[in-house]
Design a protein around this ligand. Structure first.
Ligand SMILES: Nc1ncnc2c1ncn2[C@@H]1O[C@H](COP(=O)(O)OP(=O)(O)OP(=O)(O)O)[C@@H](O)[C@H]1O
Length: 573
């Protein structure tokens, strides 16, 4: 028995906390098994996930099944950048979760890596316009990114020039040493420059005196003819420099560089340092927009390159701050000297183009790529690809993926929703310490996600909409089935009085009901009442209890609870 005990204690396998567990045993647990800690139970369940991260929205997959047409089309357009030409602007659109961002990021990663492989300067910049939603912020963010890139490139150039200076120094030292060691025997390397000035002088004076004739062929040493002729004809005044330039031996550190001397390299370093220090970072607020634009423009044009600017959720930018940014970006190419800019706009909603200046619209939509919703089979493929990596072998029962795919296909073919469902189903299974994920977990996950969405939408509604929604809930709670707008309005008025809120007109309340309908919170159908005209029949489309709880968590509405007996009385007779 004691053996077993020792074994149990020893088998803790938690080397670092051995001392801790012994102390506990010594105090109150006696020879019992060590107490299970808070996390032990949770850890003891067989984990379902191998790598949960691959199911998260932040993960960029390496493979995007069913998007090869769109990806190839993008690549065919953007390959122009690798040829140093300006690619056409692209407008990408499709419903949410159809892989627009994932595909565009995948293509841009490939573009950048190929451009590095072939040393073609090409930069891709991604901006999410839901976050960066004004012209100022877009331009400032781009300006700062390009300033940073330029400074990094300048630093690299300075580093390589400094390496060259070091090499030059070593080279000079070696040459001096060689010179000192044996003037006579080492003559071949440095002989030409010594011979040269003599013949150059002769040449120069002759050509000046004789109006450019070439008696030099006579005076030129037979052995070095071509060498002498080249340097004198080109620049008679710079004999020494030219001779260095033309005679740089193949192993000379400045050979095949644009520099002829150490001084020129040093000057270049100095000028690069000045450039680097001249870039001024744009603050996130406070400058006039045209100053921000001009800093951005200069930063982009500093180097020869093709720049692809990817504006995700571009409709949000236009909605918030009009089309000025797009106008400015699309006219840049006519003024840029060194670089070229191309724009990729990504949107869920094509309607935003109706608000664009016609010139911007036609420039932005040079190429359009549509991302259609996925069907259930395609979603199934996508989930299968990911689940291989995400889950332990055997953690999924056969019907889980088809069910997730079917649910998400009903939601306009949204891959994000399908992945969320699968991840949440896994988490629910894990929480209930199940060994496999089964259909029931998917159904629970569907309810949970739906509820989370409703909670979020209801929580962020304006107070007036909350009051209208609460009126509908009160009516339903009191057994009213075909609720009409008039009934909602009556209760709504009472509620407003109760909390001292402004009372909107019945017409406005009707609009708010339509908005709730569009958000999927209520269902409002127009029914014909024959000769009594038409009316709206309203019902709640979300779980009553949870929605009510969210509404009552709003501090303004929390007092309303007391109104309920009154509402009830109203409908009892
Ligand atoms: N073909 C696919 N293969 C694998 N994963 C995909 C595929 N399409 C989309 N996804 C995944 O679905 C999620 C949503 O995709 P993405 O963000 O690209 O959608 P979107 O069309 O840009 O949506 P939104 O308009 O809402 O931004 C991401 O996690 C993405 O990795």
């Amino acid at each position: 028995m004691s053996d077993e005990d020792t074994e149990t204690t020893g088998s803790d396998d938690v080397g670092g906390i051995d001392g801790f567990s012994t102390d506990l045993e010594g105090t109150d647990l006696g020879d019992d098994e060590p107490k299970q800690g808070l996390f032990d139970d949770l850890l003891s369940g067989e984990p379902i996930f191998e790598n949960k991260e691959v199911l998260r929205p932040s993960y960029t997959p390496h493979e995007l099944p069913h998007r090869s047409d769109q990806i190839n089309k993008m690549a065919t357009i953007l390959v122009a950048a690798l040829r140093g030409e300006t690619p056409s602007n692209i407008l990408i659109y499709g419903k949410t979760g159809t892989g627009k961002t994932a595909s565009a990021k995948f293509v841009s990663k490939e573009l950048e890596s190929t451009s590095q492989k072939y040393s073609v300067p090409c930069d891709v910049e991604y901006i999410n316009c839901e976050v960066t939603d004004t012209q100022y912020r877009v331009l400032a963010q781009l300006a700062n990114k390009f300033i940073e890139k330029n400074q990094r490139r300048i630093d690299d150039r300075i580093d390589s020039l400094e390496d060259r200076l070091d090499a030059l120094e070593e080279y000079d030292e070696r040459s001096d040493a060689a010179d000192a060691a044996g003037d006579e025997t080492e003559g071949d390397l440095f002989e030409p420059p010594e011979v040269e000035p003599v013949s150059t002088d002769a040449n120069t004076s002759t050509s000046t005196g004789e109006g450019g004739e070439t008696p030099s062929s006579d005076s030129t040493d037979e052995t070095e003819g071509s060498f002498t002729g080249a340097s004198t004809d080109a620049e008679p005044g710079h004999e020494t420099d030219d001779s260095v330039d033309a005679t740089l031996p193949p192993d000379h550190p400045l050979e095949s560089t644009p520099f002829d001397s150490r001084e020129e390299v040093e000057e270049q370093i100095e000028s690069l340092e000045e450039d680097r220090d001249s870039f001024e970072e744009v603050p996130m607020t406070g400058w006039p927009t045209d100053r921000v634009y001009s800093v951005f423009f200069d930063a982009v044009d500093y180097d020869e390159r093709v720049v692809v600017i990817m504006l995700d959720e571009i409709d949000k930018l236009v909605e918030k701050s009009g089309d000025d940014t797009l106008y400015n970006l699309s006219r840049m190419n006519s003024e840029l000297e060194n670089s070229r800019v191309s724009i990729i706009g990504i949107s869920n909603d094509l309607k935003f183009t109706d608000f664009l200046d016609p010139r911007v619209k036609s420039s932005l939509g040079e190429e359009e790529i549509v991302f259609p919703p996925y069907d259930a089979n395609q979603l199934r493929d996508i989930l299968e690809h990911r689940s291989d990596v995400a889950f332990k072998g055997g953690a999924l029962s056969d019907d889980v993926i088809p069910l997730c795919a079917a649910f998400a296909a009903q939601e306009h073919g949204d891959a994000r929703r399908a992945l969320d469902l699968l991840r949440t189903a896994g988490e629910l299974a894990e929480r209930s310490q199940a060994e496999t994920i089964v259909e029931e977990h998917v159904r629970q996950a569907q309810d949970k996600i739906e509820l989370d969405r409703v909670v979020e939408v209801v929580r962020t509604l304006p107070t007036q909409s909350k009051l209208v929604l609460f009126s509908i809930i009160l009516l339903e709670k009191n057994g009213v089935h075909s609720i009409n707008t008039g009934e909602v309005f009556n209760i709504y008025k009472r509620l407003c009085e109760e909390i001292d809120a402004d009372v909107l007109t019945q017409r406005r309340v009707t609009d708010l009901i339509s908005e709730l309908d569009m958000l999927g919170i209520v269902n409002a159908v127009v029914v014909s009442k024959g000769r009594y005209g038409r009316t709206k029949e309203i019902s709640l489309s979300v779980p009553q209890e949870e929605t009510e709880a969210v509404l009552l968590s709003d501090s303004r509405l929390s007092d309303i609870d007391d109104v309920q007996p009154f509402v009830q009385a109203r409908f009892e007779n």
